[in-house]
Design a protein around this ligand. Structure first.
Ligand code: FES
Ligand code: FES
Length: 159
């Protein structure tokens, strides 16, 4: 089966019903996407498929063949960090770090659909991404900071 992951063509020999998360981690070595609950409840495994957030733990790989899959490894790179990655560092968002790839992918999808999100927008979208370390206030601040960096015109929310 041919997959398009982080703008590269990849070929994998797996049954179509294997979860995308397994293929990313075990076949392609992309370990940034995390396994949390395995039941679409925590958000740790969030990736983008054709730009939309998807829970890779409950997505059959056969359903996304040929679509553009983006993982945390493809969000930005060291030479050009995504504005969210920059803001995450500036606001020291992660604690243990385990949930953070999923948080970043969810936040990136939010900024794509709402470049200047309010606190309510952030809370509504990020509510399904669980952080056992309770980094939610820093996540919210970092999303506002990234929005400001990208648009130069933040609206609402915690400074
Ligand atoms: S591991 Fe996929 S949502 Fe929790
Ligand atoms: S930073 Fe530890 S679970 Fe979120």
């Amino acid at each position: 089966m041919k997959l398009k992951v982080n703008e590269e063509e990849r070929e994998v020999d797996v049954p179509e019903d294997v979860p995308l998360l397994w293929v990313l981690r075990e076949e392609l070595g992309l370990n940034g996407t995390k396994f949390g609950c395995g039941r679409a409840l925590c958000g740790a495994c969030t990736v983008h498929v054709d730009g939309a957030p998807k829970r890779a733990c409950v997505t059959a790989v056969g359903d996304v063949a040929g679509q553009a899959i983006t993982t945390i490894e493809g969000l930005g790179d060291e030479a050009q960090l995504h504005a969210l990655q920059q803001a995450w560092m500036e606001h020291n968002v992660p604690q243990c770090g385990y949930c953070q790839p999923g948080q970043l992918m969810m936040a990136a999808a939010l900024l794509r659909s709402k470049p200047e999100p309010t606190d309510a927008d952030i809370d509504a979208v990020m509510a399904g991404s669980i952080c056992r370390c309770g980094t939610y206030p820093r996540i919210r601040k970092a999303i506002h900071a990234a929005a400001k960096a990208r648009t130069g015109a933040p609206k609402g929310g915690t400074p």
